[in-house]
Design a protein. Sequence first.
Length: 640
Amino acid sequence: MGEQQTPETYDEQRHHAFLRALLDDVKALEIMLELGMIETGQRRIGAEQEFFLVDRGSHPAPVAMEVLARLDDPDFTTELARFNLETNLPPYQFGGACLSRLEKDLNARVERVRRAAAAEDAEVLLTGILPTLQLSDLGLDNMAPVPRYGMLNASLVKLRAGDFQVRIKGVDELFVVHDNVMLESCNTSFQLHFQVSPEEFAPMYNLAQAITGPVLAAAVNSPVLLGNRLWHETRVALFEHSVDHRSRTHRSRGQRARVRFGERWVEKSVLEIFRDDIARFRVVIPAEIEENALAELDQGRIPHLYALCIHNGTVYRWNRACYGWHDGSAHLRIENRVLPAGPTVIDEVANAAFYYGLLAALGDEVGDIRTAMSFDDAKSNFIAAARLGLKAQFTWLGGQTESAAGLILKQLIPSARAGLLSRNVDSSDIDRYLGVIEERVESGRTGSQWMLDSLAEMPATARPHERSRALTAASIERQKVGEPVHTWALAEADEAQDWRHSFRTVGQFMTRDLFTVQPDDLVDLAANVMDWEHVRHVPVEDDEGRLVGLVSHRRLIRLLAQGGARANAPVPVAQIMKVDPITVTPDTPTLDAIALMRSHRVACLPVVQADKLVGILTERDLIEVAAELFREHLTGFAGR
């Protein structure tokens, strides 16, 4: 994909040329399948690893381009954001020491990125979603400077004809409106590849779909997004929203989402997937294609099918069909995109062993999964796993119902073991990696559960951003040790060593749990809210959440002094509120906010983002910050 010339703006002629190349590629693939020109009889596995780069304060570090320059290696590449990287592992023959080789190579690559990042004063973290991410990190200024990303963003925004909206409910509830695709950069994954022969593609792809739910349930690692506890694998819900190209009209008539699990089993061929995706989804990256696939076939050469691969890269099935080309041979792969990055390399390889073992076993045990399981059950299992992890309930083969943990322990781990043994994978590797899965499931401690348990054990006095930094800092340190997540001690609130990083900007410690009134409410309501909730300022907002004023205790006192409270006529809030109060944004540096409060002699600053009220900063908040920093200073002094 990166080899092609990607335009930065839309060009109709280029779009038509790309579409013609795309249709020719599909025709060429059809010919190749008919003539037996796709590699058969080979079973290879592979993986792609995505990383987060974080600074010393555990926040996203937008230094990907600098780190890539230091690595100077084509095996490492950009991702959507400047704080993400990706590396592509080589293919391995499925068997023997393939799993331990994968672990060794992954550890070596992570260590290389860690050294290069350290030179840029950054750290590396393997996690599905970085707990410290904030909406302000997701602007286009943090998009990697690669033309295809800009084209992808422009095309999807144009197709959608409006902002991207994300609403996810878990323990907490998140609702976000965003004007670009950078929400997708919150996700990092560990993607698995499995090479199959053309004639077995359909049954193997269907098996991959069936096992995705159980494998994900054991691997979840993304429960926190923008400070909210949501799904156990929030990446699934977020990704489906973050690149949703559909306008309101398209959604109302049931048009398929670009990110999806699928709607039915594959019947015969990989062509079913490619044709369906081309028919449903518009081209969004019309790169310049120099290859003529049909002409290449006429010359007796194997085409790369560049247009097909580029379009396929913009349609995000959780199990993606892939066409590949290597050393003059073409092949087909199934790419599993569901698994999150982390929590450690050994956890990831254990997930891979579980996945590959089940693919091998169920192909032998069940054959055609369509005869043993409905597609709707496979899809429901996937969604339940993403929501609840090991606490999900599954409908499995023959309609049996079982908890995720029970099914994995009783049936699926033994099946995976048999599948790996049947492919002559080293028995010591099988014991090592499936042992990790077994112990993780028995303990109930997935990466997500570790995060949720850690948050639950932190003191209620810890601010949300302090908790997120503690999770991140603890994850980094435990990853360096390399022990699997089910053995980790819970993160503690004081693991983020330098607390000053939690108070750099207003958004990190502002009060988000707001009590507000509207202009036509009675002053009596504002007065009672202040009394009941022990606050001295009440923001005034309209029906759309826009800030229109501020009521302070001083204005209430002034009203009382003037005798307003004794008047028979009711007094609306609009009559006494301060119109157009001084405001800040979540990104305002704390020192700037303090300077504003001093220069304007105010004790409160409403916090506004995109014209909407999102928080409030008061003198009390600043006193708490000062107290925290003072305690840290005393602790450091006492330690000398």
